[in-house]
Design a protein around this ligand. Structure first.
Ligand SMILES: Nc1ncnc2c1ncn2[C@@H]1O[C@H](COP(=O)(O)OP(=O)(O)O)[C@@H](O)[C@H]1O
Ligand SMILES: [Mg+2]
Length: 307
């Protein structure tokens, strides 16, 4: 899995063919597999407990399929942990399939499932005719009315089971809070039925978003901020020249959030520094983007305060 930036623009998504007014996702489009977010500029620090937890799932994959939802605020390190786990998986010969929820595709039925299964589309031929038809219809390849979600979910489950019969499989679901609802339903269905398959499903979801996959009763792990010592180490590696007062401030304001630790030094002590008020960060563009969705969902009065 290539590691790419988190902006939707840099993520190869569905190809929507606008030429003939046909807006169904194309099953056959080419393009690279999407990756999880997280530039790897700074070495991974801390998170030993989480890495152990995730690696333990991989250790057991041959005997037991499991799903886990990783929760936490934006920038807390969900994607980074998923990409580290995906790398370990590949090193062990585990196949990795990935899909990423994107706000702009949240209303496109099965956009997320299409992205997930695209690399294994050839395997659809091995499915029984009815299941193949269900997936083709879901992805707009036939003029058949999309079959009920149950058939699509069954077909998706059978397809990943087929794939996992060759080599164990890690399914990575990024930004699950923005997946289209039918995809979430299918993935929740699959997640509850992989126990006897060599399949691990890891989903990252932001705190505070209701999502079908997040609320499917799957085991969860909530990511807290980095502890003080680890936060200090990350900050010092990223911004070794930061004056002491600014360092103290960044550590306090970031509260262990790695994205904030990496981004705030750029504004601490700079021309915008005067805007620092308790609880109010001068956000960098990247932080603003990371938190933008939350801000736009806040009630108007709150937004005025944060503007
Ligand atoms: N434990 C860590 N050590 C070093 N860098 C980290 C760590 N966790 C996250 N980061 C970095 O912080 C930024 C935000 O992390 P990310 O995984 O994208 O957060 P999330 O997916 O929760 O929004 C990324 O640049 C990532 O590489
Ligand atoms: Mg992320």
């Amino acid at each position: 899995m290539a590691e790419t930036g988190e902006t939707p623009a840099s993520r190869p998504g569905l190809t929507i063919d606008a030429r003939d007014g046909h807006s169904a996702p194309k099953w056959e489009d080419e393009g690279v597999m999407a990756g999880t977010a997280g530039d790897e500029a700074a070495p991974l620090v801390g998170r030993a407990q989480e890495l152990n937890l995730l690696t333990a799932l991989l250790d057991e994959v041959a005997t037991r399929g499991q799903a886990l939802v990783l929760r936490g605020e934006p920038g807390i390190g969900k994607s980074r942990l998923l990409s580290a786990t995906a790398r370990t998986a590949r090193e062990r010969g585990i196949s990795v399939l990935t899909t990423t929820g994107v706000q702009s595709e949240a209303h496109l039925p099965f956009a997320g499932l299409h992205q997930l299964l695209r690399p294994v589309r050839a395997r659809v031929a091995e499915l029984p005719v009815a299941q193949r038809a269900a997936l083709d219809a879901a992805f707009g390849l036939t003029h058949e009315v999309a079959p009920e979600h149950y058939r699509i979910a069954m077909a998706a489950l059978d397809l990943v089971s087929e794939v996992a019969a060759d080599a164990p499989l890690l399914v990575v679901v990024e930004d699950a809070q923005w997946l289209d609802r039918p995809t979430s339903e299918v993935l929740a269905f699959v997640a509850r039925r992989i126990e006897s398959d060599p399949i691990i499903m890891l989903a990252a979801a932001r705190d505070g978003y209701p999502s079908v996959l997040g609320d499917a009763g799957l085991p969860e792990h909530r990511l807290a901020g980095l502890d003080d010592a680890t936060a200090g180490a990350l900050l010092d590696a990223a911004a070794p020249e930061l004056p002491l007062a600014a360092r103290t401030r960044v550590l306090r304001e970031a509260a262990g959030n790695p994205l904030a630790l990496l981004e705030l030094p750029a504004v601490a002590g700079g021309p915008e520094d005067g805007q620092w008020v308790p609880g109010g960060l001068p956000l960098t563009e990247r932080l603003e983007r990371a938190f933008a969705a939350r801000v736009s969902e806040l009630p108007d009065e709150t937004r005025l305060v944060t503007a």
